[in-house]
Design a protein around this ligand. Structure first.
Ligand code: NI
Length: 257
């Protein structure tokens, strides 16, 4: 019997924000068996770049959208542009979109409106959503309940508590788990990872931010995904292979990649 080797799917990187040659970043990740990745746009320009990367590199796919920080720029014209982009080959997701009540770079009404519009776009094109939720759990869950029925959802860099995680799982959402799970002070997140089934988790770095231990504070890259998988395996008492296989299957279910 031929053993199929394991691979990891990185569900959230920002290749355009990593200050290193993208080809090398993708190659270094592949050497660590991170052979598929979704590079995530934060506004129209970075969404276009995400798509360029997706077309240049095998195994790279694009998520396109307006980050809550940029939501004040999502006017009708940009929304139309986004829709055009969303129909291109290798676009697998609308995102990242959502709410950020910590920084509030855009006012809350504007964030909510942009969030709803992007959920509706995802619905129209039957694409999944990558959600950014910082200090906005209640409104995020409320808007998703109202607008996103039947859509596949990843709550990227999940930061809620166990009760919220359970609500999300019940609704069929996936939780994106990144470098934070390796941090000393991330007890709460580790307890959630322990409790929640692998069936509902996906791997992500959010690179160049949030590098896992022992690279915390340094630039992050998709090549560190195995460090996150190892931590999840340790917490759950399963093999890294099992984490890789299950989270890759989840990513396929969400993105079709
Ligand atoms: Ni991000």
């Amino acid at each position: 019997m031929v053993e199929v080797s394991i691979f990891f799917v990185e569900t959230h990187t920002h290749l355009d924000l990593i200050k290193r040659n993208a080809q090398e970043v993708v190659r270094d990740a592949a050497e660590k068996k991170v052979t598929k990745m979704v590079t995530v746009g934060i506004d129209l320009e970075s969404s276009k770049i995400a798509l360029e990367f997706a077309h240049r590199f095998e195994g790279v796919y694009a998520a396109i959208g307006f980050h809550p920080h940029e939501s004040r720029f999502l006017d009708e014209e940009n929304l139309k542009e986004l829709e055009k982009l969303a129909k291109k080959d290798k676009v697998v997701d609308i995102g990242e979109t959502g709410l950020d009540y910590y920084w509030k770079h855009s006012n809350l009404a504007c964030q909510m409106e942009a969030f709803r519009k992007q959920i509706n776009l995802a619905g129209k094109l039957n694409l999944p959503l990558i959600i950014h939720d910082r200090d906005a759990h209640r409104d995020t869950l409320k808007i998703l309940a109202e607008e996103a029925k039947g859509l596949k959802i990843i709550l990227h860099c999940f930061s809620g508590d166990l009760d919220m995680a359970k609500v999300c799982i019940k609704r069929g959402y996936y939780l994106g788990i990144g470098g934070v799970v390796t941090f000393n002070n991330a007890k709460k997140l580790r307890a959630i990872v322990k409790e929640i089934s692998l069936e509902s988790l996906v791997l992500e770095t959010d690179s160049p931010y949030l590098a896992p231990h022992p690279f915390r504070g340094k630039p992050n890259e998709p090549k560190y995904i195995p460090l996150i998988a190892e931590k999840i395996a340790e917490i759950k008492g399963v093999s890294v292979k099992e984490v890789a296989e299950r989270t890759s299957a989840n990513s396929k279910e969400i993105f079709g990649i």
